[in-house]
Each structure stands twice: as C-alpha cells, then as structure tokens.
Design a protein around this ligand. Structure first.
Ligand SMILES: [Fe+2]
Length: 258
C-alpha cells in the first residue's frame, strides 16, 4: 500500500490531518506530487513534514515559483510566493535553511514507479501538472468536452497510469476521452492492464471542488481509493489573515473549498 498527496500549499492543519489518517491506515509509503508551498501560512513546517514523511516528491509550479520565479501567477499567488521565499530565506537556523533549499533545488519533474498488481506490473508516472508539461499545464474535467484533442494528445505521453494534482479537482480521466468524479466511482478506481488513466488526486491544502475537506489517495492492490478528511480550516484561515502579505481570499476559499 502507498499513499499519494499533493498541493499542500503550506496548510499545516490539512497536512497533519491527512498524515494522521494515512498512519491510522498503516500505510508507510507516501509520495508527494508537489506544490508543498504557496498560498498558505506554514511553509517551513510543511516542508519539514514532507521531507520527513514522504519517500519522494516532485516539483510543483508553486515550489518552482519559490525557488526560481512565479510564471503566469495572479497577484495574490505571486505575493504569496515572494512572502514564502522570504520566510525560508530569513530563517536563523542554517541547518533548516540548507535542508529546505536543497530539497527544493533537487525536486525532479517526474518519477516513475513500477508496482505489482496481482500477477502484472503497473507503470505509474507521478508528476504535478500534466504528462506533457509536468509543472504548468492544466487538465480540467471540462477539457474532455471542450478540447478532446488536447486530452487525447496528453494520453500519448502516458504509458499506463499517471497521477497528477495541480487543478485541485480530484477524478479520473480515461483516453476516450472521459472524466469521472470520485463520487461516480464510489471513491475507487481499479487499475487494469489495458486501460490508461490520468488520475487527479485532489489537493490536501486547498480543495477547489466545493468540498472543503482535504483530498488524497491511497493505492491498495490494484485499487486507487479517493479519501476526504475534515480538518481545522478555521485555524489555517486565521493564520492567513494574520499575515499581511497573504491575500484574505486564500482564507475564504478554504471554508468553501473553491
Ligand atoms: Fe496547487
């Protein structure tokens, strides 16, 4: 069994709630699809936990923004990334500072996992955004209707299974193309040999599907299980409001999951 988390966005309350749930299930291996940082008030604490608890992590666009520069960010997101960088830079503890910047600097764009499912082996790509442009490209559920050619082209970059985050909207894309919400799958997608899937695991720290609970998945045998976890978003929202450089909208959206 392993768990996959993504888009933590410096939300410590959501991350600790999700990590507790993963531990309660007895799952020891956790992978992270990036965007540890951005929007939220606890970048240092979230980085420490990701470094400690996950086996590895890939680069998200907000991690990239903190390390290099924000590209195509709106004003609020850009301000948050500059504030995040400053928080990491002014840390007095050199050991912590070095650990965070080394971790960010070494994040790969994608990782591939080979895992036994029954008698067969599944090839699972893990990356932040899209199999074509792993850091920045959005794949929205509507794309299957409004831009089916794009989705088919994206599937040309998928060998079998690809886990993504980035839009903060959980669900499963198939190559017809088609999209299924976790609800429509009773929260379980069975990986099978002859079916390609791009699986969005949703966001731990900033869900945007009108459900304010943290989202992640775990894989047990050939089954991908979508999980939602309640957490204390009021505390996170208060912390965001207390930081002048963080837009209050980032607090409001946590309550509504948007
Ligand atoms: Fe994100």
């Amino acid at each position: 069994m392993f768990a996959v988390i993504s888009d933590i966005h410096s939300n410590l309350e959501a991350l600790t709630a999700v990590l507790a749930d993963i531990e309660n299930r007895g799952i020891k291996t956790i992978y992270c699809l990036g965007d540890c940082l951005g929007y939220g008030p606890n970048p240092k604490e979230c980085l420490d936990l990701v470094i400690e608890k996950t086996k590895w992590c890939v680069m998200g666009n907000h991690d990239y923004a903190t390390l290099y520069e924000p590209t195509n960010f709106n004003y609020g997101a850009e301000q948050a990334s500059f504030w995040t960088r400053e928080v990491l830079e002014i840390e007095q503890q050199k050991l912590s500072r070095d650990k965070w910047w080394r971790f960010l600097g070494e994040l790969p764009m994608r990782r591939t996992l080979k895992t036994k499912l029954g008698t067969n082996t599944a090839i699972i790509d893990l990356l932040h955004a899209s199999p074509r442009r792993p850091i920045n490209e959005y794949i929205f559920p509507d794309d299957v209707y409004t831009n089916p050619v794009k989705v088919r082209v994206l599937f040309e970059h998928v060998k079998h299974i690809c886990f993504i985050g980035h839009t903060h909207l959980p669900g499963v894309f198939l190559d017809e193309p088609d999209f299924y919400l976790p609800d429509e799958l009773n929260d379980v997608y069975p990986i099978v040999d002859n079916e390609k899937a791009i699986i969005n695991i949703g966001s731990v720290g900033q869900p945007r599907d009108k459900d304010n609970r943290a989202s992640y998945v775990y894989v047990d045998g050939n089954e991908v299980h979508f999980v939602r976890i309640q957490y204390d978003f009021e505390t996170t929202a208060k912390k965001i409001i207390a930081v002048e450089q963080l837009d209050n909208f980032q607090a409001e959206r946590l309550k509504e999951g948007r």
